[in-house]
Design a protein around this ligand. Structure first.
Ligand SMILES: [Zn+2]
Length: 449
């Protein structure tokens, strides 16, 4: 079998950042060796001062395929992923048609993905108002866990769940042992706030921000924590934005409840104060909040209250962003930034004194645990998939449409000046991306059961 040796002064391993060579046999990491131990038979690729990180895992992507391929699709989403060092993405069960709420829909997704993925992938199943009977079947068919919404998700074919409907589903979810990922905002808080804003100017970002107050997240999270205690299922809070919810989450973890938390690069990079009138490319739910809130999210990453970072890449055609009118009420909510997530995170961590090892923990190791592939992916270690990102910390660039790679080249990150650049991405030992171009064929595959 082919033996390759990837050399770097900065290999990010679970034991720390060190100089050495990653020996790759076929699709698998054989071992990490010092430079003088590299076997002469190996094909050597020397990356010098550029770091080698484990391939990143994005546990929260909306690929929208099959069914809404005019929004995104497997080819474009997985290319954007590879450009940011992601070697595995997990697709959300909504915005595709059919939504992944039954086994037939999962099979349709597998058929759509075949031969079109540049990185490895897998799928979350959906828990909706009336599919409790499908939960065990979906688990048996291979989903990695489930996603539900406590608030209307913006499209009609994926229904939100009320507390009662969730209670009907939770015994089945707990039985599977798989995590339940929850969009944690309660509609009553949002409806009440929105009613007060009927006459407000919806082209102003603060209007939208006020319509989705922190209490909507906090009250949802409190409800979920009590349900977690009662039903003993694995609870995962997706895209946490409100720092007001952090004390409740800290307390739940101290209590020993199986709760994990994710936030997203856009909550860690942008600030509400700087979002201009009509700039609906910044609209997402829950919303981007103020600079002070952002710093609290960073503190929570530091102390471990937040486990991981996922992109929540949620694209749509440009018309749906209503750029002409700039109305935050009618524009589609969703941020596109999959292909720049790693440089965005590096830019922010560099300014705050974190290291590449922290990024590897938040964007590879912790998501692997959530997805249940932690024995195969998420680390540079013997026996693991040879998923590697080569990252040049010294490089800087400005985000242009050519850097985006997803279907529609708009994003709130356009024009941002970022530090650090992905030089190459390897999926199971094969080069798929280097110097802003793609190599080989789309040979990504679904994670094994
Ligand atoms: Zn999402």
């Amino acid at each position: 079998m082919d033996l390759q040796a990837f050399l770097s002064r900065r290999v990010v391993t679970p034991e720390g950042i060190r100089s050495g060579g990653v020996l790759v046999e076929g699709e698998t990491i054989r071992e990490i060796v010092t430079l003088d131990q590299v076997p002469p038979s190996a094909k050597i690729v020397d990356f010098g001062d550029a770091a080698i990180l484990p391939g990143l895992i994005d546990a929260h992507v909306h690929i929208n395929d099959p069914g809404r391929t005019e929004w995104e699709g497997f080819e474009t989403a997985t290319r954007a992923a590879a450009a940011s060092g992601f070697t595995c993405v997990v697709d959300m069960p909504l915005n595709c048609v059919p939504a992944t709420t039954g086994v037939g829909a999962l099979e349709a997704k597998r058929a759509a993905a075949k031969g079109r993925c540049w990185v490895d992938w897998d799928a979350w199943g959906g828990v909706v108002a009336d599919n409790q009977q499908n939960i065990i079947r979906l688990a048996a068919a291979g989903v990695r866990g489930f996603k539900c919404f406590l608030v209307h998700p913006g499209i009609d074919e994926f229904t939100m769940v009320t507390e009662q409907q969730l209670r009907e589903a939770l015994p089945y979810v707990a039985q599977t042992g798989l995590p339940l990922l929850v969009h944690a905002e309660l509609p009553n808080c949002i409806d009440a706030a929105t009613k007060e804003l009927e006459k407000a100017d919806w082209t102003e970002y603060p209007t939208y921000l006020q319509s989705r107050p922190e209490t909507a997240e906090l009250s949802a999270i409190k409800l979920l924590i009590s349900l977690c205690r009662e039903y003993e299922f694995r609870l995962h809070i997706v895209h946490l934005s409100a720092s007001e919810a952090l004390p409740a989450l800290r307390a739940a973890r101290l209590e020993g409840l199986p709760v994990s938390v994710e936030t997203c690069p856009h909550y860690l990079h942008f600030e509400a104060e700087a979002i201009s009138r009509g700039a609906t490319q910044f609209k997402c739910a829950p919303p981007i909040r103020g600079a002070e809130n952002r710093e609290q999210l960073w503190n929570a990453l530091k102390d471990g209250t937040i486990d991981l970072v996922a992109t929540d890449h949620s694209p749509c055609p440009p018309e749906m962003k209503r750029f002409a009118g700039g109305n935050f009420r009618t524009a589609w909510g969703g941020i596109t930034g999959l292909s720049v997530a790693l440089p965005v995170m590096y830019t922010e961590t560099h300014a705050r004194g974190f290291s590449l090892a922290d990024i590897a923990r938040w964007m590879a190791e912790a998501p692997a645990k959530l997805v249940g592939c932690e024995l195969q992916k998420g680390k540079i270690a013997p026996g693991y998939d040879a998923d590697l990102v080569v990252f040049d910390e010294a490089s800087e660039f400005q985000v242009t449409p050519e850097r985006l790679h997803h279907r529609h080249a708009f994003s709130p990150y356009l024009g941002e000046k970022l530090k650090g650049e992905v030089k190459a991405t390897y999926v199971r030992g094969r080069l798929v991306f280097a110097d802003n171009a793609f190599h080989g064929n789309p040979e990504g595959r679904e994670l094994p059961a």
